[in-house]
Design a protein around this ligand. Structure first.
Ligand SMILES: Cc1cc2nc3c(=O)[nH]c(=O)nc-3n(C[C@H](O)[C@H](O)[C@H](O)COP(=O)(O)OP(=O)(O)OC[C@H]3O[C@@H](n4cnc5c(N)ncnc54)[C@H](O)[C@@H]3O)c2cc1C
Ligand SMILES: NC(=O)c1ccc[n+]([C@@H]2O[C@H](COP(=O)([O-])OP(=O)(O)OC[C@H]3O[C@@H](n4cnc5c(N)ncnc54)[C@H](O)[C@@H]3O)[C@@H](O)[C@H]2O)c1
Length: 494
C-alpha cells in the first residue's frame, strides 16, 4: 500500500455540477457515521437529504480509525489465542505475525482507501444525495459548498442542518514541528519503525502499542497520567500496563514530551519532562482529539470554530441557536467520541427532526427517542488491547466525581467458562458499580481476553435500570465467559 501522503483523499466523483436541485429538507455536513445515519433515517421518513463530504466518504472509522486499527490488531490476537490452546498451540509455537499479510488484511478491510467500493454505494442506496466539497454555514438553514477547484454553490435546507464534521488529532505545540505520525499514519502505514515512541496512553496509544509491538517495533509509550488509560479505574489499567510491559513495551508514567526535533537521518530526538532525552525512528501523537469546526461559519451564530466541542442539548440541537434547525452529532459535540455513539446520535437527530417536522408530540424525558440519555449514563466502550477493556456507564472514578452513593463489586474473570474459551487467561478483572439505595446497576467494567461481547448484557441492564436481584435471574449459559456474571452476583452476596 502506498504511504498515507499518496492516498487520494479527494476523488473527482459527485461534483457540485451533479446536483439537480439546490434545496433539500436536511443537509448533513460530513459523511461519517453521524452524518450517514442522520441522512439515511430522515429519508426513510419521506424527507430529502444531502451529505456534503470534503474527503473520503465514510469519515474516519472505515479508513483511519476503528476498521484498520482492529484489522491490524486481530492477527496477533488470534495467534496468541491459538498458542494458548493445547492441541493447536504446538503448531504455532514459534514466530510472530506475517506483517506483510497484516497490511494486506487491513487494505482488504479499507478497500484500498477507495470510497467508491462500499461507502458511496451505501449512501446512494439509502436515497441520500452526495456532493464533494467543504460545507459551511452561511445563514439560517443556508449552507455553501466549496469544491477543490474553488467553485461554490449555495444550498438551502428546508428543515434542518446537521453538523457531523467529526474530530481531528490534538497535537501538543512542541510536537507540531516534527511532522509526527497521527492515528492516520499509524493505521495506514505499511512500514514498521524500529523504535516507535507513542505520546499519550489512552485508547489509541495503548492499541497502537499493542499492534506495533506485535510487529516487532521497540515501543516507548509515554503517559502524562500516573496510570495509563485514565478514563478507567486503576485496577483494570494496571492489568493492561503489566501486559504491555511483558510484551517489551517501555511504559513511562506521569511524564510529558516537552520537546522533539527531527534529525538529519529522519529520526526524532525526544525530550521528556523528567529531563531525559532519547531518539526514536518515529513518533506517534495519540493525545486526544479536537472538534473539526474551523472555517465552517460557526462564528456568525456566536459559536466558536476553534476546535472546542460544539455544545448541544439533549436532542443534540446546538445550544444557543434558536429555531430548532441546527444539530451537531458525533465526535464534533464531544459527548462520547466513539463510532457507536455517532450512530446513536444519527438516530436521535433524525428522530428529533422527524418529530419536529411532523409536529408530533414527543416526550423529551430521559430515554425518550429524542433524548441522547446514553451519552450521560450508558456509553459502552471497548479498548482492544490484550487484555481488552470493556466498560459501560459509571466507573468508580466517575461515580465518585458525580457524588453518587454507590457500592462496588469486584470479581476475577476466571470462570471455567472463561478458561475454556480464553485459555492462557491470567487474571482478568470485572467490576460493577451499583446504586447503594436502589441496588440498580450503574456501570460495569470487564478487563480480560475476549471480554468485548460480555459488555452488551451490562449495557442493557444499565439502560433498563435493572437491580442486582433482577440480574440474579439472568442466567449465563455454561460454559461461557458470561459466567463472570455469577461471580459478580456471588461477590454481591446474591
Ligand atoms: C485510531 C482510532 C481508532 C478508533 N477505534 C474506534 C473503535 O474501535 N470503536 C469506536 O467506537 N470508535 C473508535 N474510534 C473513534 C471513531 O473513529 C470516531 O468516534 C468516529 O469516527 C466519529 O464519527 P463521526 O461521524 O462523528 O466523524 P468522522 O468519522 O470523523 O466523520 C466526519 C466527516 O466529516 C468530514 N468533514 C469535516 N468537516 C467538513 C466540512 N466542512 N465539509 C464537508 N465535510 C467535512 C470529514 O472529512 C469526515 O469525513 C477510533 C478513533 C481512532 C482515531
Ligand atoms: N477502541 C476504541 O473504542 C477506540 C480506539 C481508539 C480511539 N478511540 C477514540 O478515539 C479518541 C481519541 O483517542 P486518543 O487515544 O487520542 O485520546 P484519549 O483521550 O483516549 O487519550 C489521550 C491520552 O493522551 C494523554 N495526553 C494528552 N496530552 C499528552 C501529552 N502532551 N503527553 C502525554 N500524554 C498526553 C491524555 O492524558 C490521555 O490519557 C477517543 O475519544 C477514543 O475514545 C476509541
Amino acid at each position: 500500500m502506498p504511504s498515507y501522503s499518496s492516498i487520494n483523499l479527494h476523488p473527482s466523483t459527485h461534483p457540485i455540477s451533479s446536483l439537480k436541485t439546490h434545496t433539500f429538507d436536511v443537509i448533513c455536513i460530513g459523511s461519517g457515521w453521524a452524518g450517514r445515519v442522520t441522512a439515511a433515517r430522515v429519508v426513510k421518513t419521506g424527507l430529502t437529504a444531502l451529505i456534503i463530504e470534503q474527503e473520503l466518504v465514510g469519515g474516519d472509522c472505515p479508513f483511519w480509525a476503528c476498521v484498520p486499527s482492529k484489522a491490524i490488531l486481530r492477527p496477533n490476537e488470534a495467534l496468541e489465542a491459538a498458542r494458548a490452546v493445547t492441541g493447536v498451540g504446538e503448531k504455532v509455537a514459534e514466530g510472530g505475525v506475517v506483517v506483510e499479510s497484516v497490511w494486506k488484511r487491513r487494505d482488504d478491510f479499507t478497500g484500498m482507501f477507495d470510497d467508491t467500493k462500499l461507502l458511496v454505494p451505501m449512501v446512494e442506496n439509502s436515497g441520500v444525495t452526495l456532493v464533494r466539497g467543504k460545507g459551511k454555514l452561511v445563514g439560517v438553514k443556508k449552507v455553501s459548498v466549496v469544491a477543490l477547484d474553488g467553485s461554490e454553490v449555495e444550498l438551502e435546507a428546508r428543515v434542518a442542518v446537521a453538523i457531523c464534521t467529526g474530530s481531528e488529532p490534538a497535537i501538543p505545540d512542541p510536537l507540531k514541528a516534527v511532522n509526527p505520525w497521527t492515528p492516520r499514519e499509524a493505521t495506514s502505514s505499511s512500514t514498521v519503525p524500529e523504535h516507535l515512541v507513542i505520546v499519550g496512553a489512552g485508547a489509541v496509544g495503548t492499541e497502537m502499542a499493542t499492534a506495533y509491538s506485535s510487529f516487532g517495533s521497540k515501543v516507548t509509550l509515554i503517559s502524562s497520567t500516573k496510570e495509563i488509560l485514565p478514563k478507567i479505574d486503576e485496577e483494570g489499567a494496571k492489568l493492561v500496563r503489566e501486559s504491555l510491559t511483558s510484551k517489551g513495551v517501555n511504559v513511562i508514567l506521569a511524564t510529558k514530551v516537552t520537546d522533539a526535533a527531527r534529525e538529519a537521518d529522519n529520526s526524532v530526538k525526544v525530550t521528556l519532562s523528567n529531563g531525559s532525552t532519547f531518539s526514536a525512528n518515529e513518533i506517534l501523537v495519540a493525545a486526544g482529539r479536537r472538534a473539526q469546526t474551523a472555517n465552517i461559519g460557526l462564528e456568525s451564530f456566536g459559536l466558536k470554530g476553534d476546535g472546542s466541542f460544539l455544545p448541544v442539548e439533549e436532542s443534540l440541537r446546538v445550544t444557543s441557536v434558536p429555531g430548532k434547525w441546527l444539530y451537531a452529532g458525533g465526535d464534533v459535540n464531544g459527548r462520547a467520541p466513539l463510532t457507536h455513539s455517532s450512530k446513536y446520535h444519527g438516530r436521535i437527530i433524525s428522530n428529533a427532526i422527524s418529530a419536529d417536522f411532523n409536529n408530533s408530540p414527543t416526550s423529551t424525558t430521559e430515554w425518550s427517542r429524542v433524548t441522547a440519555t446514553a451519552d450521560r449514563l450508558a456509553t459502552p466502550a471497548v479498548i482492544f488491547t490484550d487484555p481488552a477493556v470493556a466498560s459501560v456507564g459509571l466507573t468508580r472514578k466517575a461515580a465518585q466525581k458525580a457524588g453518587i452513593k454507590f457500592k462496588e463489586i469486584n470479581a476475577p474473570v476466571a470462570t471455567l467458562g472463561a478458561m475454556l474459551h480464553a485459555e492462557g487467561y491470567a487474571a482478568g478483572w470485572a467490576q460493577w458499580i451499583v446504586d447503594q439505595q436502589s441496588n440498580k446497576l450503574l456501570g460495569a467494567t470487564f478487563v480480560g481476553k475476549e471480554v468485548a461481547d460480555l459488555l452488551h448484557a451490562s449495557t442493557v441492564a444499565v439502560v433498563g435500570g435493572m437491580t442486582l436481584e433482577q440480574l440474579s435471574h439472568a442466567i449465563p449459559s455454561f460454559p461461557t465467559t458470561s459466567e463472570v456474571y455469577l461471580d459478580l452476583l456471588d461477590a454481591a452476596g446474591l
